[in-house]
Design a protein around this ligand. Structure first.
Ligand code: GUN
Length: 291
């Protein structure tokens, strides 16, 4: 069997097109331009790349982008003051504080100081609770993108066996909750899980979100299963030349694609969907704020 490739890049382009359509209507019919504020503390190179990309795509769909770049030694009080200002700014409909934060800042405190209605990351404790009880909430972008691809591929995932490998607050836990809300039967696996290969072999849906390059080999995958690879890992690629690197997922793509029914590639799978869902969440927040 050779798996269908789930093209996240093309799917994300469609989502952005829909978002741009909503933005146009909000502007023309209501005179409102959705605005997304992104806060970056420090100069982590990967975070800088993400933040630049978020800002660029925000503008491309017609929304306002407000970037706040703060020094690495910014005090918690100053960061909280900025969030308070953004919470009270009617032009700002979504607020994202790029993680990880420098060690002297309390991540939970900072995230929970964001107005839950503007929490486009869906990380605020009240959004986590709303999602956990199946109520309307802001949904974390990466798991939302994964769910959209699964729904698109399967129609319904009701009754399917799903395994989520990884239990992070950003991906693993909300992913499991979303799958459960769609009536999948869900197992969360992690580094202490016994007989992980057998747990994965029972799954119709595998979501890998551990951050370990090519950790899941093809012989763990059930024939015909759908594999969603959240990992983005940079590894050495001496075959491309000295000092060269390449991106790989948490799944060993070549071997998994021989048994899976469908699989997301890395790059070009889950990655592009994350920012597209951030833009969609910002429009959602804007619509809810304006009735
Ligand atoms: N760092 C890595 N992923 C994310 C994300 O989805 N949101 C935020 N705020 N920071 C991140």
């Amino acid at each position: 069997m050779t798996a269908d490739i789930i093209d996240g890049k093309a799917f994300a382009a469609k989502v952005r097109e829909q978002v741009a359509g909503h933005v146009t209507r909000l502007k023309e019919d209501h005179g409102i331009t959705p605005g997304l504020a992104v806060v970056l503390v420090g100069e982590d190179p990967a975070s800088q790349v993400y933040v630049r990309s978020k800002g660029k795509q925000t503008v491309e769909v017609g929304m306002n982008s407000y970037e706040h770049k703060l020094e690495v030694d910014t005090s918690e009080a100053d960061l909280l003051a900025l969030i308070d200002q953004l919470n009270n700014d009617p032009a700002v409909h979504g607020i994202l504080v790029q993680l990880p934060l420098p060690g002297h800042l309390n991540e939970d405190l900072v995230i929970n100081s964001i107005d839950p209605a503007k929490d486009v990351d869906g990380f605020h404790i009240s959004n986590v609770g709303l999602l956990g009880t199946g109520q309307k909430s802001m949904v974390p972008c990466t798991p939302l993108g994964c769910l959209m691809m699964l729904r698109d591929h399967h129609g319904s995932i009701s009754g399917m066996n799903a395994v989520v490998i990884g239990r992070s607050n950003i991906v693993g836990k909300p992913m499991a909750q979303l799958l459960l809300n769609d009536s999948a039967s869900v197992t969360i696996a992690h580094s202490r899980t016994k007989d992980l290969p057998d747990v994965v072999r029972r799954a119709d849906i595998v979501v890998a979100a551990v951050g370990r390059p090519e950790m899941v080999p093809g012989d763990w995958i059930k024939e015909g299963a759908t594999v969603i690879d959240v990992g983005i890992n940079r590894i050495d690629a001496p075959e491309k030349g000295e000092g060269k690197t390449r991106l790989v997922g948490d799944v060993h793509f070549e071997s998994a694609a021989k048994v899976a029914g469908a699989i997301t590639p890395v790059p070009g799978g889950v990655g592009p969907m994350t920012i597209a869902c951030l833009l969609a969440n910002t429009v959602t927040a804007c619509c809810r704020a304006n009735g």
